[in-house]
Design a protein around this ligand. Structure first.
Ligand code: 5GP
Length: 125
């Protein structure tokens, strides 16, 4: 079910549990500000999720309320993962689902990194 991104942060969401170590994940990258791990249900040969460690529901929440260091750390983590996975030369796609129309399912901000094959049109027609 898509989530309402205007609701307060729910610390029982699955990514909050991953951040607390209550649920395992296949980590690709981690530092003080961000965590990247393989999606449990990959939609491409490479499908990694990058999340800020802070409690932010959406891009709107993050951009309005995160510190400059948190924002920089998150953006740099995405670039780090793309480089580490060899995606820079072949290319890759970033996707952030925010709210109902986008079918965001997990109410903790995340960017999907897709790669490893030609990714087709930008949106379903
Ligand atoms: P959304 O639709 O919110 O943009 O994407 C949520 C993503 O989280 C989905 O691609 C889904 O497969 C992934 N996901 C949901 N639960 C888990 C989990 O427990 N572990 C991992 N690694 N990914 C998950």
């Amino acid at each position: 079910m898509p989530i309402d991104p205007t609701l307060p942060y729910d610390d029982q969401n699955i990514f909050a549990k991953i951040l607390r170590g209550e649920i395992p994940c296949n980590t690709v990258f981690e530092d003080d500000l961000a965590l990247a791990f393989h999606d449990i249900n990959p939609q491409a040969p490479t499908h990694v999720l990058v999340i800020p460690k802070g409690a932010y529901v959406s891009w709107d929440d993050f951009s309005a309320n995160a510190s400059d260091a948190e924002i920089a750390g998150f953006v740099r983590a995405v670039g780090h993962v793309a480089r580490a996975l060899g995606l820079v030369e072949p290319g890759y796609r970033l996707l952030a689902n925010i709210g109902m129309d986008s079918h965001q399912e997990v109410p903790h901000l995340h960017v999907h990194i897709f790669g490893g094959k030609p990714l087709g049109p930008m949106l379903m027609r």
